[in-house]
Ligand binder design. Structure first.
Ligand SMILES: Nc1ncnc2c1ncn2[C@@H]1O[C@H](COP(=O)(O)OP(=O)(O)OP(=O)(O)O)[C@@H](O)[C@H]1O
Ligand SMILES: [Mg+2]
Length: 236
């Protein structure tokens, strides 16, 4: 690990980035369904909290309880860290209806309201003194208000950078047929990590590429990776 770098926590990744992820970057993590984006983000956040770098997950795609369960299947039990205010999941999924409303500390009541999402993010980051943030996914932010999307992403990037966070913004490829929104988000982001499934005849293999990353040399190769019971492992 070089000074000023963040240990991503995924075997192989620090090598591919020639010494770790530069601290403070806002990185787009893009890929189709089932390519491993959420797992990548969980692994990155969990490594952070284990190393004394608190984290925040802004969750649009699932119940926080199910996210905790999915994480624990890889051995990443976040509950104690939530209790110690070293980790927070912001529920942007349920709208605070039913049980999550009583159980979740951070819920956005109206997940269609961009300002309340941004407020919740800011509050949670300050509460846990987060150093790492993941947003799963910004595609939802696009679907909520397409015409506001660029502004929203710029606003969020400014917030994350000003609070000193190193962040992963997940983009679900294939969410729109027109590829338009990703193209400009790829420019706004400081870096882009792409996860793909490559057709190799008898099946698929998982491929990771890094088309862009500020502040570091990085591999330009295709890297084969696997999802194991301990999470993602990349071949450097
Ligand atoms: N315990 C496990 N061991 C091995 N592979 C697993 C395990 N759990 C999940 N997977 C693989 O990970 C995939 C899901 O990964 P993940 O949820 O990170 O995808 P995603 O890119 O976030 O997808 P989406 O865009 O649909 O949210 C599954 O389709 C499966 O192939
Ligand atoms: Mg996902």
């Amino acid at each position: 690990m070089l000074p000023g770098r963040v240990d991503i926590g995924i075997p192989g990744m620090n090598e591919i980035l020639h010494g770790g992820l530069p601290r403070g970057l806002t990185v787009l993590l893009s890929g189709g369904p089932g390519t491993g984006k959420s797992i990548f983000a969980y692994q990155f956040l969990y490594r952070g909290i284990r190393q004394g770098e608190p984290g925040v997950l802004l969750e649009f795609e699932d119940y926080p309880a199910r996210v905790r369960m999915n994480m624990s299947m890889f051995g990443w039990d976040v509950k104690p860290y939530e209790d110690n205010r070293a980790f927070a999941i912001i529920d942007c999924f349920t709208g605070g209806v039913g049980e999550p409303d009583r159980k979740e500390k951070y819920t956005v009541k109206d997940p269609n309201e961009i300002p309340s999402i941004v407020d919740a993010l800011k509050t949670a980051i300050k509460d846990v003194k987060a150093k790492r943030v993941a947003i799963d996914s910004i595609s939802t932010l696009y679907l909520i208000k397409p015409e506001m999307f660029r502004q929203t992403i710029v606003l969020i990037k400014r917030l994350l950078v000003s609070l000193g966070c190193t962040s992963l913004l997940i983009w679900q490829k294939g969410v729109t047929d027109k590829n338009l929104p990703t193209t400009y988000v790829e420019h706004i982001a400081d870096g882009v990590i792409k996860l793909d499934l490559e057709d190799i005849g008898e099946g698929y293999r998982r491929i990771l590429t890094i088309p862009k990353m500020m502040g570091t040399r990085h591999s330009m190769q295709k890297h084969i990776f696997e999802i194991t019971e301990k999470g993602i492992v990349v071949q450097p």
